[in-house]
Design a binder for this molecule. Structure first.
Ligand code: SF4
Ligand code: SF4
Length: 170
C-alpha cells in the first residue's frame, strides 16, 4: 500500500509542495502580524508607480503660492550644469523686484540627473521631480522650455503620466 501511494504521489513532489506550503504560511503570518498587505504586486501602469523620495526625475521649475515663477535668474544652475543643458534668458516684470526668466530651456536628452542644478539653487526654484518615463520618439520632444502647453518646464511630459501621482506633488 505504501509503495502504491509512493508511486501515485512522487515523494519529491510531495516534499516540494510541503515546503512551499510552509513558506507561504510563514509569509502570510508575518504579513498579518505587521499589518502589511499581502498584495505586493505593483499594478503599474494602471496605478502610478511610487519611487523613492530621493529619486531624480525630470527638471521642473517651481512657482510660489501666488503662482509667480520662483526663479530669479541668478544663473547658478546654468553655470554649474556639467552637460550645459540649461539656457536662461532673464528679463524684468512690472511689479517684481527680482529678475524673471523670459526663457528657461532644458535639453533633457543630455541631462545626467546629477542634481547639481538643484543643489546650487539658493532660491528653491527647481526640483528633479519623480517622473521616470522620459522616453520619446522625437529628439525635439526632449527640448523643454517655458512655452507650450504639453512640453514645458512646469508640466509633466505626456509620457510621464504613469510615473506620477498627485501625492508626489508634496
Ligand atoms: S541634473 Fe545635472 S545635468 Fe541635469 S540639468 Fe541639472 S545639473 Fe544639468
Ligand atoms: S539657480 Fe535657481 S534661481 Fe538661479 S537661475 Fe537657476 S533656477 Fe533660477
Amino acid at each position: 500500500m505504501t509503495n502504491f501511494l509512493k508511486t501515485l504521489i512522487p515523494q519529491d513532489i510531495a516534499k516540494g509542495l510541503y515546503l512551499t506550503g510552509q513558506h507561504f504560511m510563514r509569509v502570510f503570518r508575518t504579513a498579518n502580524r505587521r499589518k502589511v498587505p499581502l498584495h505586493v504586486v505593483s499594478e503599474y501602469p494602471e496605478v502610478p508607480a511610487k519611487v523613492q523620495p530621493r529619486f531624480r526625475g525630470r527638471l521642473t521649475l517651481l512657482k510660489d503660492e501666488q503662482g509667480e515663477i520662483k526663479c530669479v535668474c541668478c544663473l547658478a544652475c546654468e553655470k554649474i550644469c556639467p552637460t550645459q543643458v540649461i539656457t536662461i534668458e532673464s528679463g524684468k516684470k512690472e511689479g517684481r523686484k527680482t529678475k524673471i526668466p523670459l526663457r528657461y530651456d532644458f535639453e533633457m536628452e543630455r541631462c545626467i540627473f546629477c542634481e547639481f542644478c538643484v543643489e546650487s539653487c539658493g532660491f528653491d526654484s527647481i526640483i528633479l521631480n519623480h517622473q521616470f518615463e522620459l522616453a520619446a520618439y522625437n529628439r525635439e520632444d526632449f527640448s523643454i522650455g517655458m512655452l507650450g502647453t504639453s512640453q514645458n518646464m512646469f508640466e509633466l511630459t505626456p509620457v510621464g503620466r504613469y510615473s506620477y501621482s498627485d501625492s508626489d506633488k508634496d
